[in-house]
Structure formats: structure tokens, C-alpha cells
Design a protein around this ligand. Sequence first.
Ligand code: BGC
Ligand code: NOJ
Length: 809
Amino acid sequence: MKYGFFEDASREYVITNPQTPWPWINYLGNEDFFSLISNSAGGYSFYKDAKFRRLTRYRYNTAPIDNGGRYFYIKDEDTVWSPGWKPVKTPLDSYECRHGMSYTKITGVKNGVSAEVLCFIPLKSWAEVQKVKLTNNSDKVKKLKLSSFMEWCLWNAEDDQNNLQRNLSTGEVEVVDSTIYHKTEYKERRNHYAFYHVNAPIQGFDTDRESFVGLYNEFSNPQVVFEGKPRNTVAHGWSPIASHYLEVELKPGETKEFVFILGYIENPDDEKWESKGVINKKRAKELIARFDTVEKVNAAFADLKSYWDNLLSVYMLKSSDEKLNRSVNIWNQYQCMVTFNMSRSASFFEVGIGRGMGFRDSNQDLIGFVHQIPERARERIIDIASTQFEDGGAYHQYQPLTKRGNNAIGGNFNDDPLWLILSTTVYIKETGDYSILDEMVPFDNDETKAKPHFDHLKASFYHVVNNLGPHKLPLIGRADWNDCLNLNCFSNNPNESFQTTENQKGGTAESLMIAGLFVVYGRDFVELCRQIGKNAEADAAQIHVNNMVEAIKTHGWDGEWFLRAYDFYGKKVGSKENEEGKIFIESQGWCTMAGIGVEEGMCKSALDAVKRDLDCEYGIVLNNPAFTKYVVEYGEISTYPAGYKENAGIFCHNNPWIMIGETVIKRPDMAMDYFKKICPAYLEEISDLHKTEPYVYSQMIAGKDAFKPGEAKNSWLTGTASWNFYAISHSILGIKPQYNGLQIDPCVPPSFGDYQVQRKFRGATYNIQIKNGSKGFGVKRLTVDGKVVEGNIIPLGTANSLNILVELD
Ligand code: BGC
Ligand code: NOJ
């Protein structure tokens, strides 16, 4: 069943039934201030860091689900309702939620009153604006009582949830006119506060949760709202909230609009106070003044819209496949921007306290947004590289607020360093900005250890070379891309984390996935060295790449597919000799992307095995057969029930590696078929099974061995977004930025027909028309403004706009 529809012209997904199979959410904010918002207005806001600067409270994994948010209550005579259906859940006469590009508009209609709530974070602002529009469509005068509601989080989201002996005593607020200020801990070490304001006189307020909700009531029936009378409470400790109370009279046909603003302010130390104990509100007033009228809000909303028009104008596809167009042009690129902002920190599956920015995750995310915001991609690369160690190794994550690496979710993942070569080379190919290589970048955030960024890439490359095992294959360390293949962990204690527990020393577990990855990005390193004239460096590196290719062919081939690893004891993992886990996706992906043994038929054989053993109706599973027993020498992978997560789930992040591998051996139908299987736009009809949003990828879809194959989890924050965008835009549709120009190298099914791509690249607009052929790959003829160009790379030129015609074989 469907719960809504795509409206491509407005770039919105329109939800028409509030009872979606799971909360279907959106993200607001683009730079410093962010919010999560569900289709019934649940969610929370934070400044930069979902752990250290959480502004509003939200509860995860509760019953009912999705508890807490920016809620509005309308009391119309004896009926109380909310525009987003929740939290009151009074049946509405009509409901609609439009999730768009960094905004959400929720409209509820009840008894002749329509309430439209538009939420967004204006560009360059530390504030969420909520424009509430009430219209009386009945023929009677309506006397409505409108209450707003949100609950303050005491800044550190982790502490907020577990340090109750302290937190129930620290809460402090101030209320002045129509603004409620949250100033917990401001007196001491904090120089920031938050506020919630409405641009109209209020007839009351509440800031104490117990008084407002009632100790034994719920958000669905707050006692103050049902009594129709605020208590004007000022919170002292316990749980501070912010609720405005407004009496709104509407004549038949009349509309009134209100602007609510949730803002965040930082004050310099010497400007903290207005008078003793009274916070300095100057900056809050300035922020409020920017959005205190409907006109100003509308103008800010229009700016946000043009910001997105511009971002999405860099890569635009026109094909006969509507679902593909909407995925490529709108939602996939949008999701890439969200993963750029959040990494894996805050979603409805990630609580925003455990995981900051991942080293490997953020490098990979970059390939999905570098074309839109190259300057910010550059900054991100430098931030990540600054956390790297001198030997090329890496912290697995860093915290966005401090930009410092930490080991909170482990370290020694030996794939980590290589992803820095991916992000940097993709960035330079997109921009031509080689200066990033000369930028002085610290190691481990220590400025005294700064070296040119190029040296970081070299350290990444040699981290692999310096950590080879007995088969001359890369040592896996704690794990490679697959966090759960813990070959050195040996954990029998249920109270320790596989990610952080002390690894056993002395083993020689090796990874074929890192081996393939090294060949791909090792070659990129060599090519980069040549581009900048470091030929001796390139020659030296090439030898290591060649050696790795040989090591894979000699020790990494299982007869029909690539092995996955050698374990601690040197035994094969992912081999026909194994009882379970005979074949894994990751090494098939990376070794075929590297084209290893393509001449000898290895790539074809490996990809045929993927099709036979790993593919199913809903996508390609990670391994087969699934593990049914705990294998202590393999670790977390064998702890998941069969068919879920890393144990034979369809871990969507790695499916595009196979798609790209298929384009290496020129099987466009296979590549496109895999693409469509997991692309959410094609799954809208099966939302009841799929569960998560039909407009974004999920990390995992339950695999063929699962209890319920096809059910997705962990939507939004996943490397799936960028890799699928890369696979479709780059490898399948074939638009590939290179150092010396734009390469056109499609691999599309012949049945896909002709298509057009408009691509902005290095300051020019390329209008590319592709005339498909009987094979769907191989450029037969390429003309630029009518002139034939040899090969398939359009050289860089001076024109602002170019018309390109490509005929495929
Ligand atoms: C999950 C992985 C995740 C890791 C680190 C594991 O439990 O299965 O997908 O990357 O935890 O948080
Ligand atoms: C999720 C993590 O964020 C990512 O880094 C990892 O590669 C996958 N899980 C697979 O384990």
C-alpha cells in the first residue's frame, strides 16, 4: 500500500496518511543548526553536534514510537487536536505532510479549521522557524486556543538521559513577553542559551512539564491544554519545557499567521548578562527581528528554495524513466547532503550520542555531494585528514563540535586510510583544485606535526603496504569496511562491545576487501602522482599495486569467486571450504571494480556467483549461507540473526560496488537491475513491507534468510546514498569527471533508450545528449558543438555552455 505520492515539480513527497509504517522523517538545516522532523512533527533540534548541543528533548525506542517534537495543540470548543495528527491523535478531516528540500509542511483540518505548519531553518541562521497558518473555513466564528510545546534538553544529550540525580535540579528558564528562554547551566560554564518565541502577544505560558502535561498524563492529553487554561509556570529544576498559549479568534473565511522561532545564541564571556542573573538577550532579539513577520519568513523560505534549485542544477537527468529521474535529480542527491551533514550521528535509528563523524563514512559520503558544494567538501577533507595518525592509521570517528578524533567506537580499522585517497582524488577531479595537496594539515590535530595534505595520502597508501600479512595481503586490523567481521576479537563476554574490546595479538588475519580497495585507490594515487609530476613516487607506488594484484590472483581466488579473508589462524573465510559464509559481497565488489583477473574471466565468474548465491528479490545479500552459529573467530557478524544487518542482510551500501563491477565487465542490464532493486523510488508500492521512507535509502533490507525478507531498517544515514549516486551517475549513466576533462562512458541497458544529462563542471554547463545503441556502452561518435572529438573525454575549454552529442555502440 502507498501512504502518499511523489510530487516531482515541487520536489516533495506528500504523505496523506499519518499512520505510515514507521515515522517517515525529514531533515531541516544545512550548516550549523539542524532538526529532525517526522510526518507528525516529532523530532528534535541541535546546534552542530547532536550529542553536545542538543536543544530539545526526544525519546527513542518508546511506545508509542516517535515521542516528543514541536507540537501544536488546538482547542476548538471541546475538541482538542494537532495538525500533525499526533500527539493528540484526534481523527482529522484531512491530513497532509509535505517533506521537501530542507523543509516540512504539515496541514491538518478539523471542524472547518485548517492549520498549516511550515518548518524550516533559514540559511545562515541558528533557528528553526515554524510558520503556523490558521484558517476558518466554516461559517461560524471560531474561538481557538492554540498551545505550542517543546521540551528542553539540558544540552548534553547523553548526560540528559542518564544523570538524573543532577539534571532534575539544574533546569532554569526566563520568560519575557512572548519569549521563553532556556538557560540551564548558563550561569556557570556555558555561554549559550536557547529560546522559543512567537511573534504575537501571548495570553499565557508554561515552562514546567509536570504542571503542563500532568504527572500521570501524556503528550496526547496534556492537562493544561484540556483544561483550556495555562498556569504560567516558571520551571525550577525538574523538566523545563516551552509552551505558549494564544487565544485566536477567526471570523468565517479569516486566516491568521504566527511565526514561532526556536533559536540558539552564543554570547561572548563579557557580554553574558543584562543584570545579575538575567541573561543578555541582545542577540536573541536580533535573531528574532530577522524573522518576526510573515513577509520576512516567506522571503527566507524563497532563499532556501533557490539554494536547493542551485544545488540540484549541477546534475540533471532527463530519461524516459520517471522513477529514475526523481531519484537521481531530487531524492538521492538530497540524501547525500543529509549524510554529509550528519554522517551517522542522528536519525530515528541513531540516537545522536554514540557516533560522531566516521573517518571512512565521511570520506565516502563526499563522493555524493562534492559536485554540489566543493568548498565544503574541501573543508571536510581537511578536517578528516587532521585526525589521521602519522603512520597513516586513523581514529574511526571524530566529534563535529571539537573536530578531534576519538576512539569511542574503536580504532585500527585498516580500510580507513584508503578512503582519504578516494575523497581527495574525486575532489580534485571535480574542481581541478590541486592546491589542496599543498595545504598544511596536522596529524592527530597536532599543528606541530602538520605536513602537506599530499603526505597524508602517501601515509594512507603506505599504511597498507606496511601492514601486510603472510600472503602479502592487507592485515585487517580490528575490521575492514565490514565493522562486524572481527577476526582478531575473540569475544565471549556479552558485556563488551565488538567495536572497542581489546583485540588478541599475534594473529595474521588478512582482508581481500582491503586488497581490492588498495588496487583501486592505489592506482588513483599513482595517477595523481603522475598528474603532479611526482613520477618517481608513482613508479614506486605502482610496484606495490602490481604486487597486490598478483597476491590477490595467487592467494585470493577460490576457484569461482574471490575469498573474503584469512582469519587469525590463516584459515580461509568466504570459501567453498567453509560451511557457512562461503561467499561474501565485499571482495567480489572491490576485486571486480579493480578488474582483477578480468582477462582470465575471474571478474565474470565472481559476478556470476554473486548473481547465483547472493542476489534475491530485494537486493544482494552480504554473505551466503548466513551464519546460524556464533563463530568466535569471526565476531559480531555471526551474532546477528540470519538475514539481518551484516549477517546476510541486504546491506545496501555494498550493492553499488557490484553494480560498478558489472559495468567493468560491461553488463549494463545486470547493473541497472541491481540498481532498481534497492532504489526506494521503485519500492513505493511495497511500503507496508519495506516500512521506511520511499524517498530515501535505508542501510539494510532484510535478506532472503530473514524472517521477513524485504523489510528495511536504518533509513537516511548510510553510505548507500553516495555510493548509489556514484554508481548511477558515474558508472551507469557514465558522466565521469577526470583531471583533464569530462569523460562520457555510459553502460546503460539498450532498452533504456536515449537520455540527456545536464552537468555543470568546472564553470561550464554541458548539455549532453546520449543516443543509445544496441549494446549500451562504447562511444561510437562524440561531437562537441558539432565538432567531432576523438575518444570519450571532452577537453576542458573556455566555453560557458557546450552541446554534446554522443552515439553509443
Ligand atoms: C553494526 C554496524 C556498525 C557498528 C558500529 C554494529 O553493531 O552492525 O553496522 O557500523 O555497529 O557502530
Ligand atoms: C555502518 C558503518 O557506519 C560503516 O562504516 C560500516 O562500513 C558499515 N556499517 C558496515 O559494517
